[in-house]
Design a protein around this ligand. Structure first.
Ligand SMILES: [Zn+2]
Length: 250
C-alpha cells in the first residue's frame, strides 16, 4: 500500500552502506521511515531526505514498517552555507521538535511552529535569540504547559511586574512574598503584556516580537529557556548540546 505525505525532515540516521532512517514531522505527527540507498550520491531522493527539507514522500506501508519509494523536494528551509551559529540553532529546534512526544491534536501547531522557526533561522534579519526564545515558549505552550503572565499565582491580581517562576509557569507579583529558595526571573509589567500578546499571535507574527530594552530581552530569553527546560524532558540535553556547539565554535 502506498501513502503520500508532506513532511519536514528533522533527523536522518544512517545505517549500513548507504541507507538511512528518516524522521519527519507532519501535520499529523512524527513519522520515521526507511530510505534504502538514500545516502548514495546517485540516489534521486538524497536532496529531499536532507535535514531541514520540506518534501513530499511516497511511502510503501507493509505491516508497521514504512519504506520510501519516491520523494520530491518542496523547499530546503535551511540553505547550504548558513553560518555555524544558525546551523546550531536549526539543530536545536529540530531536536526539540523530534524528541518531544506529542498528541496528534497538537501536531499541526508544532509542525507549523517548527517550519516557521527554521525558515526564519535561515534569514539573517531575524535575531537568533528571539527565534530561540519564541520557539521555546510556544513549543512548551503547545504541549500544554501554558504560562500565565496575566495574574499573580498567589493573590490573583494583575501584576505590576514581579518574578516569573518557571517551575510554576506563573508570576509572583511585587506585593506578594517570594518563598525562600524559589528562583525566578524579574519581569516588568511591559514585558508581561508583550509576552501575553506574543502567545496569542499566529506563528509568523509571534516571531516579530522585538525589545529595545536589553534588560527585557535578556529576561525574555532566560525565562523562555528555563521554562522549556523545566517542562520538556528533551530540552536539557538539547540545550547542553547547543551551548557546547557554540562554545566549541567561539
Ligand atoms: Zn500577588
Amino acid at each position: 500500500m502506498f501513502k503520500t505525505i508532506k513532511g519536514l525532515v528533522l533527523k536522518r540516521r544512517r545505517f549500513g552502506e548507504a541507507h538511512a532512517y528518516i524522521t519527519v514531522i507532519t501535520e499529523s505527527g512524527l513519522m520515521t521511515f526507511t530510505a534504502y540507498g538514500v545516502m548514495s550520491p546517485k540516489s534521486k531522493s538524497f536532496a529531499s531526505c536532507q535535514p531541514y527539507t520540506l518534501a513530499e514522500f511516497v511511502l510503501t506501508a507493509k505491516g508497521d514498517s514504512l519504506t520510501l519509494s519516491q520523494a520530491s523536494t518542496i523547499s530546503h528551509l535551511i540553505k547550504q552555507g548558513i553560518d555555524f551559529e544558525r546551523l546550531s540553532l536549526a539543530n536545536y529546534i529540530s531536536s526539540m521538535a523530534s524528541e518531544t512526544t506529542f498528541a496528534e491534536e497538537d501536531a499541526p501547531a508544532i509542525y507549523s511552529l517548527t517550519c516557521t522557526a527554521l525558515s526564519l533561522t535561515d534569514r539573517s534579519d531575524a535575531p537568533s535569540e528571539i527565534i530561540k526564545a519564541v520557539f521555546e515558549l510556544r513549543l512548551t505552550s503547545a504541549l500544554g504547559f501554558y504560562p500565565d503572565f496575566s495574574s499573580c499565582i498567589y493573590c490573583g491580581r494583575t501584576p505590576d511586574g514581579g518574578v516569573f517562576i518557571h517551575s510554576e509557569g506563573g508570576v509572583v507579583c511585587k506585593a506578594c512574598l517570594l518563598p525562600e529558595g524559589v528562583q525566578g526571573v524579574s519581569v516588568s509589567r511591559a514585558l508581561l503584556t508583550a509576552l501575553e500578546h506574543m502567545l496569542s499571535l499566529p506563528d509568523a507574527k509571534a516571531f516579530g516580537i522585538r525589545f529595545s530594552d536589553p534588560v527585557a530581552l535578556n529576561a525574555f530569553c532566560t525565562l523562555a529557556e528555563r521554562f522549556s527546560a523545566e517542562h520538556l524532558d528533551c530540552a536539557t540535553s538539547a540545550l547542553t548540546y547547543y551551548k557546547q556547539n557554540l562554545k566549541n565554535f567561539n
